[in-house]
Design a protein. Structure first.
Length: 263
């Protein structure tokens, strides 16, 4: 983490889902950053809940909670979960240490509006699902448009869908914004979104631990406040080891298989 300066880089992590190998690969690949934003679902699905929570807590991130965070620490029931997700949540709840359960219970609900970073108030908000409700999915231009129409913020960072990308509101029309490829070295893909200060954006860094856009590489992003850009990353990681942890824990085999498929 860099020292104090006027420019600030914000590391954006979302939907880690207890995947230690993916999280470590993302942190190894990340450029220099100043602060960390956690957009929720630190746990659930994967086989390393305590190791992941310990690592995230050590980064002292600005955080909002996710629906799996709530279910895995007992704040909500499992009535909305499918049997596979429910089985993983129950196992995670039994595995988490008391200090990690308490940390999850204390995570705030989104939206978290405005960030005090580096002595400045940033015109950004953090949510897990949507500014309208923390568990609502933004997965289309229609749902993105509804969220952007109500937003007063230049930037909203969200997760929940496990799909990396961005939407912008331009002249009352919402559109998915194409990302500009920057580089592809060592199987790490880097893309860029240049931000127009006159527009409002919804930005999803993608899922660290369980991507669902048919790219199995772990996903994260970095917001560069000075350059007015978001850099998106896709990073290979040791999927086989992550799968071994899932299967050794006795979790459903489907959770291991989907990591290979990226869906």
């Amino acid at each position: 983490m860099s020292g104090y300066n006027l420019a600030v880089r914000l590391l954006l992590l979302s939907d880690i889902h207890s995947n230690l190998e993916a999280l470590e690969a993302c942190l190894d690949a990340a450029p220099e950053y100043d602060f960390v934003a956690n957009l929720g679902d630190v746990v659930g699905y994967g086989g390393s809940p305590n190791q992941v929570v310990d690592l995230v807590r050590a980064m002292d991130p600005v955080s909002v909670r996710g629906n799996h965070d709530c279910s895995c620490c007992g704040l909500t029931d499992l009535s909305t979960f499918n049997p596979v997700a429910a089985a993983a949540a129950m196992w995670t709840r039994s595995e988490l240490s008391e200090k990690n359960l308490n940390w999850l219970r204390e995570l705030p609900a989104g939206p978290l509006r405005g960030l005090q970073l580096n002595g400045m108030l940033w015109e950004v908000q953090l949510v897990h699902g949507s500014p309208e409700h923390e568990n609502t999915y933004i997965a289309s231009e229609l749902s993105a448009g509804a969220a952007l129409a109500e937003s007063t913020f230049h930037l909203t960072f969200f997760g929940h869908t496990h799909i990396q990308g961005a939407y912008a509101l331009r002249q009352k029309r919402t559109e998915a914004v194409p990302l500009e490829p920057v580089s592809s070295e060592n199987r790490i893909l880097q893309s860029r979104l240049a931000l127009d200060p006159k527009l409002k954006y919804l930005v999803n860094p993608g899922s660290v631990g369980q991507p669902r856009d048919h790219d199995r590489r772990a996903a994260f992003a970095v917001y560069d406040e000075q350059r007015r850009e978001v850099l998106f990353y896709r990073v290979p990681y040791d999927i086989a080891h992550a799968q071994e942890r899932i299967l050794s824990a006795g979790l459903p085999q489907a959770l291991a298989a989907r990591l290979e498929e990226g869906r």
